[in-house]
Write a protein that binds this ligand. Structure first.
Ligand code: PXL
Length: 244
């Protein structure tokens, strides 16, 4: 079972490709990592971003898929509409099943995208993905509605263009899951902690790993929610106050 993360590098290791690889390893699948951008940051402060040339991102993907059989991938920081389009093209070319974490802004406040790229996610990537995992603020950007309640989250969930889980760290722990139009709500207890940097990356990576281990989508989401919850409880993450 070989999976792939296409995402940015957080050199402090809590988020991005490095974090994804740790999660893949922890769940017992072999992870490969395609780098879309380097960042200079720690859990408290975002310094800068250095995007990788699109042709070189394409070359990395081709190089790995030239010799590895990959079915499931996850995407994280994609930075620009051009990179989103490239990833969409590669999903089709290699018939990949993609879990898309529609990353837009770093938990520490830094911009992980060149501009507002919600439109590009909607137009080019979500319709080709098997799942997207927005948090409340990302779901608001994807749908252009404000989410202040469970009902709002359900409405947003129905507007998003593919199966989705809207994570509830900013909505009293109410996770809204929509698989094939069937909505289910999974409420998790919120944990008082300073260790949440990278939890969104870890959730989408864990779902991808559980899918690769032959779990169905719903089971993979539930197992991944547990995995991240345990990680938060045990303080496995960085040290920024934030919520998925
Ligand atoms: O959690 C979003 C995220 C994704 N990718 C990278 C990040 C972050 C948050 O800091 O740095 C590279």
């Amino acid at each position: 079972m070989i999976v792939m993360s296409i995402a940015g590098v957080d050199p402090s290791g809590g988020a991005g490709v490095f974090a994804d690889l740790k999660t893949f390893q922890a769940i017992g699948v072999y992870g490969t990592g395609i780098v879309t951008a380097l960042t200079a940051q720690n859990p408290y402060k975002f310094f800068s971003t250095l995007p990788i040339d699109e042709n070189y991102i394409a070359e990395q993907i081709d190089a790995v898929l030239d010799s590895y059989e990959v079915e499931f991938i996850k995407t994280g920081m994609l930075y620009s509409p051009e990179i989103i389009k490239l990833v969409s093209k590669k999903i089709k070319e290699y018939d990949l099943k993609a879990v898309v974490d529609p990353v837009m802004v770093a938990t520490s406040g830094g911009d992980l995208t060149r501009e507002n790229i919600a439109k590009a996610f909607n137009r080019h990537l979500l319709s080709q993905s098997i799942l997207t995992t927005p948090n409340i603020s990302e779901a608001e950007k994807l749908t252009n509605i404000k989410i202040n309640s469970k009902e709002d989250a359900v409405k947003a969930s129905e507007m998003i263009k593919c199966n989705n889980i809207i994570t509830g760290g900013h909505l009293d722990g109410i996770n809204t899951i929509n698989i094939d139009g069937e909505i289910s709500i999974v409420k998790q207890e919120l944990i008082e902690t300073e260790n949440l940097h990278g939890t969104g990356c870890n959730l989408s990576a864990a779902i991808t790993a559980f899918l690769a281990k032959n779990n169905d989508l719903n089971t993979s989401i539930l197992k991944a929610l547990d995995y991240v919850y345990e990680g938060i409880k045990n303080g496995n993450y960085g040290t920024l106050i934030a919520r998925i």
